[in-house]
Design a binder for this molecule. Structure first.
Ligand code: HEC
Length: 280
């Protein structure tokens, strides 16, 4: 059992981390405004425009790639467990499926005080989360099955700066999300560029509602674009695994089942031929 003091301390740590992240985002935003726009913020570097096709981005993850699932587990523990739980999976099950030796489980993944037999729970108290975000961060055990891998992938890659929101960030996949851009330190900061789309509203009047056009990277993160992409893909891969831990075993078994049925059909056909030999 975790003590109340432990909970409180870790809750406080999470809050401190969160406000630091929010401050960093707002800080960068303010710095950019002061410097007279995004171009100035990155000096001579031309901002890369990308993301116009974000709706067709695919996770293309592979749950049988164990190294990737392991990296995803490490990412989850470092960047998501502070707010989200995986309440239907135990640490011991995770270690067994991912081939993590007990020593490494204890050393790298298990939060201090937790036992391997315990479920993977966040230390953030739900009531506090409700106060801080206006929403409790949902449990992520079944999120990959509920939303799909592509959704998660797009969600984690379409955060952008938005000074109008409380967290300083917004998201294309889940507009006005209460989740801060917790990976901004890795990804860097990007802003969304809109264009005016001349359309016709239901009433027949012309509208000029801005629609998303592309992203502009305005500050680099610790990872390159390709590395951030792998980071997100590994994380989604891990969430995919957690949403159905037996899926790799199930698929491997399926091949044998189909083979057995084929052999059995052949045997049954031989028997049938033997029985009917004298009748025909
Ligand atoms: C600082 C707390 C915090 C951290 C850290 C955090 N999240 Fe969240 N997350 C939230 C909150 C709050 C919501 C609820 C957002 C909403 O419904 O608007 C949320 C929602 C989500 C959702 C659900 C989106 C939906 O469609 O309902 C997913 C998926 C998610 N987070 C993934 C992650 C992943 C993966 C990480 C780690 C890389 C992570 N989160 C880290 C706070 C956090």
């Amino acid at each position: 059992m975790r003590t109340e003091a432990g909970r409180g301390r870790r809750g406080f740590l999470a809050a401190a981390l969160l406000s630091a992240a929010a401050a960093a985002t707002h800080g960068a935003w303010a710095a950019e405004e002061a410097a007279g726009g995004p171009q100035a913020a990155v000096g001579a570097q031309v901002p890369a425009a990308f993301g116009a096709d974000w709706q067709s981005w695919h996770a293309a993850n592979d749950v049988s790639d164990m190294a990737s699932v392991q990296r995803g587990a490490r990412n989850f523990v470092s960047y998501c467990l502070g707010c989200h739980s995986l309440k239907y999976e135990r640490w011991s099950r995770l270690a067994q499926d991912l081939g993590v030796p007990p020593r490494l489980l204890q050393q790298d993944l298990l939060p201090p005080g937790d036992k391997p037999a315990q479920y993977i729970l966040t230390s953030m108290p739900a009531a506090d989360a409700q106060d801080w975000f206006g929403k409790t961060p949902p449990d992520l055990t079944l999120m990959a099955r509920a939303r799909g891998q592509d959704y998660l992938y797009q969600f984690l890659r379409t955060f952008y700066l938005d000074s109008a929101t409380q967290t300083g960030a917004n998201n294309l996949r889940l507009p006005a999300t209460a989740m801060p851009h917790v990976l901004s330190e890795l990804e860097g900061l990007k802003r969304a560029v809109y264009r005016q789309a001349a359309g016709t509203a239901a009433a027949g009047r012309a509208t000029d509602k801005p629609v998303f056009d592309h992203f502009e990277q305005i500050a680099p993160g610790r990872l390159s674009a390709a590395d951030y992409d792998s980071f997100v893909r590994d994380t989604v891969n891990f969430l995919d695994y957690v949403s159905e831990p037996t899926q790799t075993a199930r698929r491997a078994l399926g091949v044998w089942v189909v083979l057995f049925l084929l052999v059995f059909t052949w045997l049954a056909w031989l028997v049938k031929r033997e029985y009917w030999k004298d009748v025909h």
